[in-house]
Design a protein around this ligand. Structure first.
Ligand code: ADP
Ligand code: MG
Ligand code: ZN
Length: 483
């Protein structure tokens, strides 16, 4: 271990990722079965996705459209002509004995993902390809038997293959987060790693720093959490450096990450393309995508996270960091924007989302829609703060309460008696009462003990149960004492 760690400054890690993500279609890639997650085993199946002899696949147009959207977002070239191929292998979760995938002619070629600079150097990770394929079923190893659930069989996937442009585990995590955000923004994927709809294979090699030759890589399959990806990469870099440092050679092989033991173990020696006997799928016509279709999809593209981030900085005056946090997830950015109508300060709304709203999300571990009161109600609370009707603390109290009761902002403020008194006559009366009772202190203040001002403010606030508008209190006291 010590030796490997010491080797880190001599070697550079070279990493390429293959991300598989389910596309958000309602039906499967080649049949009408539902793609819904969590249905009872073998519920969403038919002869086609069970691979019965004689059935014919029919391509789902929506899946192609989502792949095009992703390709446009990643600056890829959308192929006007591509074909599907059979990738043959034997495994119980693959009833046909082959997976319908794309090999030499993927639907999208090239492209890149720019990683946010976050204070450092901006980084561009190039893509090799994005291709369409069907998912396999799922093996479940029960006691004494192995079972197969075909609900997932033929669910549409895109595989997004990066060039080996990634240089560290941290960079891999940023790449995955950026990619996932884009997929969610364009509505291609729900990005749910815990449900297996966003998974990743990691290819890693090491080479002496300064070299531009690629080393022999190993591959770690099927990682489904950001933390596993980072751990697996760290572990694999150390393992490879230790081999090279002790005079050995890394073998090209496939490893499986074991999350419990937090280590990789060899799964099989690397298979090569010829092992899969790729050949064109005879039951599907070539996929022809004309310009008009691509143009239509392009015209309907939503704003992407990087553009949104830049707009928040340019038009709303937010800082880079705030804009980055707010746009990291589309739901959060949508929430923030839905608060803005009628508000004077986008900055206040940004702070509110980054503190109050994100705290609720993090504490509850639930999605935004369930963790926080609706954006419009958050906006209403902040408008009341801006209008001097309630204090910021009152807004925070009301926000928590609203989530429990489901009531709106105004009703909650009324129910909790949180409204702030801005009525000048009432506040003036309270000021006069306090100043009359504190005549000694008033004399001292006028004799030069300026520090007493806060004392008077406190007395007035207290006499009004903390609900007086502090700005009005300050103004009236200034007039009475200094005027
Ligand atoms: P396969 O289909 O056999 O996995 P690919 O050629 O499609 O092989 O490459 C898969 C991934 O491996 C790509 O993301 C690529 O960037 C990455 N890769 C290729 N060579 C290396 C290497 N020497 N070190 C690290 N990653 C690599
Ligand atoms: Mg691979
Ligand atoms: Zn089916």
């Amino acid at each position: 271990m010590t030796m490997a760690l010491a080797g880190r400054d001599k070697y550079e890690a070279v990493i390429g990722l293959e991300v598989h993500t389910h596309l958000m279609t309602r039906s499967k890639l080649f049949c009408g079965c539902s793609t819904q997650f969590g249905a009872p085993p073998n519920h969403n199946v038919c002869p086609r996705c069970m691979g019965m002899p004689g059935v014919l696949p029919v391509l789902n147009r929506k899946a192609v459209e989502l792949a095009i959207r992703m390709g446009i977002a990643a600056h890829s070239e959308i192929a006007s002509y591509s074909i599907f191929d059979r990738k043959s292998y034997f495994y119980p979760d693959l009833p046909k004995g082959y997976q319908i995938s794309q090999y030499e002619t993927p639907v999208c070629k090239g492209g890149y993902i720019d990683l946010p600079a976050n204070g450092g150097e901006p980084r561009r990770i190039r893509l090799v390809r994005i291709h369409l394929e069907e998912d396999a079923g799922k093996n479940i190893h029960a006691e004494g038997a192995s079972l197969v659930d075909f609900n997932r069989s033929s669910v549409p996937l895109v595989e997004i293959v990066s060039e080996p442009d990634i240089r560290s585990s941290a960079e891999a995590a940023v790449y995955l987060q950026t990619l996932r955000a884009i997929l969610k923004y364009v509505g291609a994927s729900d990005g749910k790693m815990e449900e297996g709809s966003f998974r990743c294979d990691v290819n890693i090699s090491v080479r002496p720093r300064g070299s531009d030759k690629l080393g022999i890589r190993s591959e770690i399959k099927n990682l489904n959490s950001f933390r596993f990806v980072e751990n697996a990469i760290e572990h694999e870099i150390d393992r490879q450096i230790a081999i090279v440092e002790s005079g050995g050679k890394v073998v090209q092989e496939t490893h499986l990450w074991d999350p419990e033991r937090e280590e990789t173990r060899p799964m099989r020696s690397k298979e090569f393309a010829h092992d899969y006997r790729y050949f064109p799928e005879p039951d599907l016509p070539p996929l022809v995508i004309d310009h008009t279709w691509v143009d239509e999809v392009r015209a309907a593209m939503p704003e992407l996270p990087s553009a949104r981030r830049a707009r928040y900085m340019r038009e709303l005056g937010l800082g880079d960091y705030e804009a980055g946090v707010l746009t990291a997830e589309r739901e959060l950015a949508d929430y923030f924007e839905a608060m803005l109508p009628g508000l004077k300060s986008p900055k206040t709304a940004a702070n509110w989302v980054m503190t109050e709203v994100l705290r609720r999300v993090n504490e509850s571990g639930r999605p935004l829609a369930e963790a926080a009161a609706p954006a419009a109600e958050s906006g209403a609370l902040l408008r009341m703060v801006e209008d001097g009707k309630i204090s910021l603390n009152a807004a925070k109290t009301a926000f928590v309460e609203m989530l429990k009761t489901g009531k709106g902002a105004q009703a909650t403020i009324d129910a909790l008696g949180l409204a702030q008194v801005s009525d000048e006559a009432a506040i003036a009366e309270a000021c006069d009462r306090v100043l009359a009772a504190e005549s000694d202190n008033v004399a001292q203040y006028r004799a030069g003990k300026q520090g007493l001002f806060g004392f008077f403010v406190g007395k007035v606030m207290k006499s009004m149960g903390g609900k007086a508008n502090p700005k009005v209190v300050n103004e009236i006291l200034r007039k009475r004492l200094d005027g």
